[in-house]
Ligand binder design. Structure first.
Ligand code: ADP
Length: 166
C-alpha cells in the first residue's frame, strides 16, 4: 500500500480564470489530497493579466477549498510537477479540438517521465465553449460576462478589460 499523499498539478495560463477552469479545480480537488493550480509564466505568450493578478484571481475563488494551492511556475511543466512531488497532471478537455494538442503534450510528458500520468476531466457541457480569450473579447467590447466567470472576480475582469491598454 502506498501511503504517500497524492498531489496533482492543474496547469494553465488562466488569463483570466473562467467558470470552466473553476469547475475543473473543484472536481480535481476531490481526486487528490492536494491540488496545485500552476499558473504558467510564459514570456512568449503575452498575457493581459499579470502573473500576480492571475494568481490573486484564482486564490480569491478557491479560498474555500482547503486542499487547493495556487502558484506560478516558469519553464518545463514536468520539472515543476517533480519539484512538488506530484504524481499527476490534470487537464480539462472541451471539444475534440483540444484533444489532439493535449494528446501530444501528454505523450511528450510521458516520454520525459514514465511515472507521470495526465488525467483528463471532461468540461461540463455548459462550459464547453468557454475560453479565457472569449471572456476577454466579450468584456473588452462591453458584453456581459455574467455566468462565464466566478461572480467574485467579475468586476476585477471588467475593470481590467475596459481600462485603456498600453
Ligand atoms: P484557455 O484555453 O481558456 O486559455 P488555459 O490555457 O488557461 O485556458 O487552460 C488551462 C486548462 O484548462 C487546460 O487543460 C484547458 O483545456 C482547460 N480549460 C480551459 N477552458 C476550460 C473550460 N471551459 N472547461 C474545462 N476546462 C477548460
Amino acid at each position: 500500500m502506498d501511503n504517500k499523499i497524492k498531489i496533482g498539478v492543474y496547469p494553465g495560463s488562466f488569463d483570466p480564470l473562467t467558470n470552466g477552469h473553476l469547475d475543473i479545480i473543484k472536481r480535481a480537488s476531490k481526486l487528490f489530497d492536494k491540488l496545485i493550480v500552476g499558473v504558467l509564466h510564459n514570456d512568449s505568450k503575452k498575457a493581459i493579466f499579470s502573473m500576480e493578478e492571475r494568481v490573486a484571481l484564482i486564490k480569491k475563488c478557491t479560498s474555500d477549498i482547503p486542499n487547493v494551492e495556487v502558484e506560478f511556475f516558469k519553464g518545463l511543466l514536468v520539472d515543476f510537477v517533480r519539484e512538488r512531488n506530484a504524481t499527476a497532471i490534470v487537464k480539462g478537455l472541451r471539444a475534440v479540438s483540444d484533444y489532439e494538442y493535449e494528446l501530444q503534450m501528454a505523450m511528450l510528458n510521458k516520454h520525459i517521465d514514465k511515472e507521470l500520468e495526465t488525467i483528463f476531466l471532461m468540461a461540463d457541457i455548459q462550459n464547453s465553449f468557454l475560453s479565457s480569450s472569449a471572456v476577454k473579447e466579450l468584456a473588452y467590447h462591453g458584453g456581459d460576462i455574467s455566468g462565464l466567470v466566478p461572480e467574485v472576480i467579475k468586476e476585477d475582469i471588467v475593470v481590467k478589460l475596459t481600462k485603456p491598454l498600453h
